[in-house]
Structure formats: structure tokens, C-alpha cells
Design a binder for this molecule. Structure first.
Ligand code: ATP
Length: 537
């Protein structure tokens, strides 16, 4: 599938728009249109239902070490600035960036890709910011331009086999880098740290005293409320706290549609357990989360669970795995992160209690300045847990499945996009775009269509629409030929069309058409609500 086709469909049919488009847009910010808002809401609702609200605490789920409880939270976006000091975000949440002295553009050091191209004795590293499919063409075009060659001279160029990101190019080779957007070498600065948190000012205080940050993840709201949850509910360990909400990161190079945005939504669980049991819970959550994506229709062939290597892991973590999807905008064989599942040990609760811990030390110790003072003070509150059955007191370990609602939405959209050929009313083959979205997340569950706009058909169709509308997001359409109306629904992923035709007038039955199999069958008008309920649940 070509990504441009999906992007254009999203705009044309109202899934996604660029934010502030009439003013030229704002890079890294996206709005969800009338269909997109329904899709994303259905994904978030499915997650909330499956992970939190619908969780049955009396039944031990398959693969879980025991039963457990789940509750939810909804915390603020702006929190006490000390939260980010103790979480480590204030000191450590940065990416490396490079600036181009000529184009004045800024790039993320580990995201600029390119390859070595040689002409005779001279070898240059040609960078590109293009989609995977066009990479080779773009490298060639840029190299020809740089060496002042014509297309017919392409045989003078020799290429290294593989693409590299800029952080893999030796510092001594940087003068040979041809940066994006310029036609001369060595214009990039050395990499520098760039903190990704958005800063703002609270109240009338303008100086550093009033400085605060927009949260870069929802997780910290859960940690700082750990004691409130334990004290105000009857939850006992093991239990999980779920939260869905906006997060903000001032990404250096937002790109790939909504994949890397500056404002996005996360769906996070912090699962608190006894340290003795945490490896088993980590195992459970990895598999559980993987199954969730499969259950909503992501293709197992394009999805993978990747364990981080030892070097990638923070010292306090006994394991982190990413659930990754082969997004069509990535080069063949590359995957993009949908969700990270991390074993975080007791790092977060201890940091918020004692002060910022040094993630490089094992066992973890309080981070201190050169004169021995604590670097960032914690809340001083005791965030340990006492098991009232065994009287054991411990700081719980945390397993964190952290998913992005926008990345999940994008993955489901990419997976759903299909083109096929179907006969029209006259038997001629017509190409159609069909979004094979799982019925649970499809924005519109059914369209109700009178075959013609007369003979009382619209009245019956409106009666069905009204009955269904009380429970589902359904759509009424009486305009244009019915084949055309079917195709318009296929294109937005509506799984079922209900058609009122001449036979309806005689026996009060209607046809239901399935978007994917194109099978049609008849049911009684009175059974429509029940039928759609069973089909989309
Ligand atoms: P990446 O390496 O892609 O920047 P990350 O490892 O920093 O992601 P986490 O901090 O683990 O991401 O965040 C958890 C989830 O939040 C990610 O798996 C992703 O789904 C989502 N997410 C993170 N950053 C963004 C972003 N800039 N835009 C959209 N979603 C994001």
C-alpha cells in the first residue's frame, strides 16, 4: 500500500486533518475529523473496556500468575515540577539534534538516514528524508546534483550497500556529510542535547519560580497517586492503574503522518506487584498486550514483540519489550514501536519517595551533587506497601504497558486499507477502496439505505435508523445509486449496510450486506438491533 493513498483518503473522508491547516498547518500536530474521532475513541474505549473496566477480578486470566484488580485514573497534564525532577525527565529526557548552518533546519541525530556514495576518489554521505520506496532514487538524484552530473552519468557512482543513520557515521567522517536540504558538505553542527518537554508558566509568576512542564507521559500521574489509590479503594497488590490522556513531546523531527507527533495520546497501565512475582507479571503483560492488537485485526505477520538487548535496558529494568508494527512508510524489514512493556522495578516509587535515583547504579542510590547533597529531593512520603495478610512491607515492583492511541489508530488504518475489484450494478468490474476495520473499532457500524427514494422505502429506513441510532453510530443515506452508496461506506470501513427494497414492503424484511465477504442475507426489521449488536460486539 502506498502511504499517500491512505493520507489522501484520511483527508478526503474526514479521518485526519493537519492542525490549523488554513494557516498553513503546524508541524507535528494533527486533528481528528468526524470519522477519525470515532475511530480513535473506539480504540481507546476498547482498550479501557478490555484492560480496565471489563476486567474480571474474580477470574484468573490465562497466563496470569494470579487474579488481580484494575482501576482507572485521570490526572492533570501540568503537575508539580518536582515530579519531572524525580522521574528523571528533567535531566535525561532528551534527544540529540544537529543544526544545519546553511538551511537553518534542525534534525534528530539518530533519524537522518543516508548512505555512502563514491565518485572516483571522493566519497560522500548522502542523507535523505524520503519515503522508503523512493530512497534509492533520492540518493542518486542528490549525488548526481552534488557531483554536477547528468542522469546518463549514473554509472560513475558507486554505492555502499546499506543505509545508516547519522549517529552511526564516525565523527571524523562528518565533514563528508551532505545534509538534507543543502548541496554542500559538512554543514551540520556536532550533536547537542535537546530536552523534549514543553515548558510553560503557571499563574502570574513569570520567572523560573512559575515554570512548569506539559507531561511527556501519563505514567507519572499514576505513581504520585499510588498512595491515594491504595488508601481510597480496597485494592490489594497485585493491581493495575490505567490512564488514557494527552502527552506532549517537543519532537525534533515529527514525521510519518501521526506516527511521531508533538501532541499525542497515551494509554498506560502501571501494574504494581510483589517483587518476587514481577518477572512472571512482565511475561503475562507482554503476551496479553500482543494478543490485544491481534484480536482487533492487526496482522500477526506485520507485528512483532522485540525484547530490548542488555545495552538498551536501563539498569533498574529486568526487561523491556516493544510491540512493533511494520508500518508501510518504513523501509522493508523495519518496524515502528506501537507500545513498550517495561519492567521498571521499584525505581519510580522509590524516586518519588526518596529523591532522584541514579539509574546507572545498581543497587539504585540517591543521585547526589558534587558536594554530596541530594540532586533532586523526593516527596519524603513513604510509598511502600504493607500486605495486610502476610504483614510483609515492600516497595512494589512495576510493570508498565505503555501504548500510544494515535500510533494504534494509524496502524489499524494502515492494516485496513485494501483495494479490490467488484462488479457494479451492470456487472462491470469496478475498483473499490475498502477499509477492513474490525467492526468493534469501525467509526460507523451500519448504513441504512432505502433502495429508492419513493414507495415508502425512506420512511421504513428512517424507522430502522432511529431504532439503531439509540445504541450505535449508524448512518442514513438515500442519495445516489445504491452501488455507489455501498462503495462510499466500504471506503470508510462501515462493516454492514442494511437495505430497504421492494421485498421489504411485502414482508418487512431487509438485506444486510457484509463489507468484506459481500454476502447478503435477509432479516426481519424487528431483528436489526439484535443482529447488529451481535455482529459488532
Ligand atoms: P519512540 O522511540 O518512537 O520515540 P518512545 O520509546 O520514546 O518512542 P515511550 O516513551 O515508550 O516511547 O512511549 C510509549 C508510547 O507512546 C509509544 O510506544 C508510542 O506509542 C507513544 N508515543 C511516544 N512518543 C510519541 C509521539 N511523538 N507521537 C505519537 N506517539 C508517541
Amino acid at each position: 500500500m502506498q502511504m499517500e493513498k491512505l493520507v489522501s483518503l484520511c483527508k478526503r473522508r474526514g479521518f485526519m486533518f493537519q492542525s490549523s491547516e488554513i494557516y498553513g498547518g503546524l508541524n507535528g500536530f494533527w486533528d481528528y475529523g468526524p470519522l477519525g474521532v470515532e475511530l480513535k475513541r473506539n480504540i481507546k474505549d476498547a482498550w479501557w473496556r478490555d484492560m480496565c473496566q471489563g476486567h474480571n477480578e474474580l477470574v484468573q486470566p490465562e497466563g496470569a500468575p494470579s487474579t488481580y484488580e484494575m482501576v482507572g485514573l485521570d490526572c492533570t497534564i501540568i503537575m508539580h515540577p518536582q515530579v519531572w525532577k524525580c522521574s528523571g525527565h528533567y535531566d535525561l529526557f532528551h534527544d540529540f539534534m544537529v543544526d544545519c548552518k546553511v538551511s537553518k533546519k534542525r534534525y534528530r541525530f539518530d533519524q537522518v538516514r543516508g548512505k555512502w556514495v563514491a565518485r572516483g576518489e571522493q566519497k560522500i554521505f548522502v542523507t535523505i528524508m524520503t519515503d522508503a520506496e523512493l530512497e534509492h532514487e533520492e540518493v542518486t538524484r542528490r549525488a548526481l546534483k552534488f557531483f554536477n552530473l547528468r542522469n546518463k552519468d549514473v554509472a560513475q557512482l558507486t554505492y555502499d550497500e546499506s543505509y545508516l543513520t547519522l549517529d552511526k557515521v564516525a565523527a571524523s567522517d562528518r565533514p563528508s556529510v551532505l545534509a538534507p536540504d543543502v548541496n554542500e558538505l559538512g554543514t551540520l553542527t556536532d550533536p547537542r542535547e535537546f530536552n523534549l518537554m514543553f515548558k510553560t508558566y503557571v499563574g502570574a509568576l513569570s520567572g523560573e519560580e512559575g515554570a512548569a512542564f506539559l507531561r511527556p507521559e501519563t505514567a507519572q500521574g499514576i505513581f504520585v497517586n499510588f498512595k491515594n489509590v491504595v488508601d481510597s479503594t480496597r485494592v490489594r497488590i497485585p493491581f493495575g492503574v490505567a490512564q488514557v490522556g494527552k502527552s506532549f513531546r517537543n519532537e525534533i523531527t515529527p514525521r510519518n503522518f501521526t506516527f511521531r507527533s508533538r501532541e499525542f495520546e497515551q494509554m498506560e497501565i502501571e501494574f504494581f506487584c510483589n517483587p518476587n512475582e514481577s518477572p512472571k507479571w512482565y511475561e503475562y503483560w507482554r503476551n496479553r498486550r500482543m494478543q490485544w492488537y491481534l484480536s482487533l485485526g492487526l496482522d500477526g505477520e506485520r507485528l512483532r514483540l522485540r525484547e530490548h538487548d542488555q545495552e538498551e535496558l536501563s539498569h533498574y529494568s529486568c526487561g523491556t519489550a516493544d510491540i512493533e508494527y511494520a508500518f508501510p512508510f518504513l523501509p522493508e524489514g523495519e518496524y515502528g514501536e506501537l507500545e513498550g512493556i517495561a519492567h521498571r522495578g521499584d525505581f519510580d516509587l522509590r524516586s518519588h519517595s526518596e529523591g532522584k535515583l541514579d539509574p546507572k547504579k545498581r543497587p539504585l542510590e540517591l543521585e547526589r551533587t558534587e558536594d554530596g547533597q541530594p540532586r533532586h529531593r523526593g516527596s519524603g512520603k513513604d510509598l511502600s506497601y504493607r500486605d495486610d495478610l502476610t504483614n510483609e512491607r515492600f516497595i512494589p515492583h512495576v510493570i508498565e504497558p505503555s501504548a500510544g492511541a494515535d500510533r494504534a489508530t494509524l496502524a489499524f488504518l494502515c492494516q485496513a486499507y485494501h483495494e479490490d475489484l467488484q462488479p457494479d450494478e451492470d456487472g462491470k468490474m469496478q475498483s473499490r477502496i475498502v477499509m477492513r476495520l474490525h467492526p468493534r473499532i469501525a467509526p460507523i457500524k451500519a448504513a441504512i439505505l432505502p433502495l429508492v427514494k419513493k414507495d415508502g422505502m425512506p420512511e421504513i429506513a428512517k424507522e430502522i435508523y432511529t431504532a439503531l441510532k439509540q445504541r450505535f453510530n449508524v448512518f442514513y443515506d438515500e442519495k445516489a445509486a445504491v452501488g455507489r452508496r455501498y462503495r462510499r461506506q466500504d471506503e470508510i470501513g462501515t462493516p454492514y449496510c442494511i437495505t430497504v427494497d421492494t421485498q421489504t414492503l411485502q414482508d418487512r424484511t431487509v438485506t444486510i450486506r457484509d463489507r468484506d465477504t459481500l454476502k447478503q442475507w435477509r432479516i426481519k426489521i424487528e431483528d436489526c438491533v439484535r443482529e447488529i449488536a451481535s455482529l459488532v460486539s
